[in-house]
Design a protein around this ligand. Sequence first.
Ligand code: BDP
Length: 681
Amino acid sequence: KPYSMCWLEYTDLNKYRDKYRRIFGNIVVLGDNSLNLPLKELRDFLTYSLGIKPKIFRNTFANTSNFVLIGKLSDVRKVLKGLDEFEFSLGEEGFLIKKVEFGENSILILTAKEYVGLIYGVFKLIEKLKLGEDIDKINFLSNPSLKFRILNHWDNLDGSVERGYAGNSIFFKDNKIIINDRTKDYARLLSSIGINGIVINNVNVKKKEVELLTIPYLKKLKELAKIFSAYGIKIYLSINFASPIYLGGLNTADPLDKRVSLWWKTKVDEIYEYIPDFGGFLVKADSEFNPGPHMYGRTHADGANMLGEALEPYGGFVIWRAFVYNCLQDWRDVKTDRAKAAYDNFKPLDGKFMDNVIVQIKYGPMDFQVREPVNPLFGGLEQTNQILELQITQEYTGQQIHLCYLGVLWKEILEFDTYAKGKGSEVKEILKGSVFKIKNNGMAGVSNVGDNINWTGHDLAQANLYTFGELAWNPDEKIEKIVERWIKLTFGDDEKVVENISYMLLNSHKAYEKYTTPLGLGWMVNPGHHYGPNPEGYEYSKWGTYHRANYEAIGVDRSSRGTGYTLQYHSPWREIYDSIDTCPEELLLFFHRVPYNYRLKSGKTLLQTYYDLHFEGVEEAEEIRRRWIELKGKIDDKTYERVLQRLNMQVEHAKEWRDVINTYFFRRTGIPDEKGRKIYP
Ligand code: BDP
């Protein structure tokens, strides 16, 4: 293949051949041709990686002693006893892989209630074999914890990708939909990490891109959807709220206008004619110049429910983004606070959305900075379905030139206890549906994939994609385990390789944070493309992203004495964040305006801490590169070189960050580094 298959690559696993040959020499399939796909996945893996060419038996055990049995639970139970409990413990998308005794022999069963479970299950089985796990120990029942596990592609119809750092779109080129070998391989990659939905086009739908909802495109989308649905993945589309005007020729998109709702109903009917398992719409409305219900004096609930009604008969969903704020605010007005916007807009609508409407909420209140507090809508919304939106693509986190493994941050977000119903109200528990009664929840990740041969630009950024899927399936899993598994699947199990890459991944976010904007500051990037340091890049424009540095202090007072943002949290967070003494230091400048000579818990001043962290960050980036260089010869040459090149750039750009930011602070304050290191006057 002219591109990598990431963690699914068929590597040579001859060393495990003897261990697996007995059982995997025979595969018994119970059921009809619909099981051909999981069967083919297993068979290909056995053939190409283990050199085992299994005999296939369909609905018969003839001549077989040890074997693998694949089938739906209802079929398997007809021939095997003792599986009653799994009727209850298996969910719709779950699967069971288990060794059982069968007469004199041992067999391994892979079963699920539904076809989709068999697909997810076969990939997990392959993963276990790839990791060399002992068959005797395989007894694995798994259900996804979250219902919606979705990727958002910000792909434009012309083939470009908004905030894409891995080449062009794999879905569009020159305003046409692309379908090729890669399409299916992408579906396989996503299915292997349990993804069940994909939005293929950008949330910013341009006026002429509304054509995606017309019949020529729907015909092509039908083909695309078939490929993905075979792997358990539904297709969703981002829509422009003003489509009834642009496409339907109406003079309004007012959600309460009968002509508008009828137009959408008819459109949705048409979509389902072509794509019977269409997932639904993703909507960015009244946000950053996109049209929405506010244009007509209507609420987001009015807008979302109108679409919800059109989709409901088909079981489709409306995913409505909470990324709504005034992007034309005046930097001169110190009272406005963009951080408050999502909560202010959506909290009053809690309980007003239909059951098939889900509000999709960015992890923080601003915009995917290297660190932000968790969005107070989590724990704030009690009766609204919700999806946690994460950015896998590294817009503000190094654009896939820098290594910045995001799993560590995501895990912290998922484990943040909102205290909505007292202790134990973590974000992940809300998403699982165990805190409130709402169940249609999940995670969405803005994809980091493009048409580069390694899919993600930086080879190690594949780990972010893998981790997103694994966490959405099971947010309770330890991040170190996910990292270790990804490394072994991708690079093999050499101890040094596992040790060093683990180190690199697990320390990279912290390093990036240190040499860019630690202590919750954020935003000091170049405007527009968002790469590289620029301390006042967003200071005097209209986006609401200010740090308000002067010669004495920096940061925004978001306490109850300031903008009042802290009041959007439940206790004890509102008190903890409200006081400069108790606010976690990693978020200090997000919540407080702090004098440069303020002493942190270490006894060091804020300014000295800022200098120190920047020097440390660069040293850590260098250490990360050193760990990679140690692996020369253990990683294939091309990958090694590709990654090394990026790590070299990372170190160089980290130094630039350090010097620009430190110099900025030095010039603002006139206070030199206590340790006398070079800062530019
Ligand atoms: C910002 C991006 C912009 C997106 C927007 C969004 O810079 O390209 O359109 O978020 O999420 O981070 O809608």
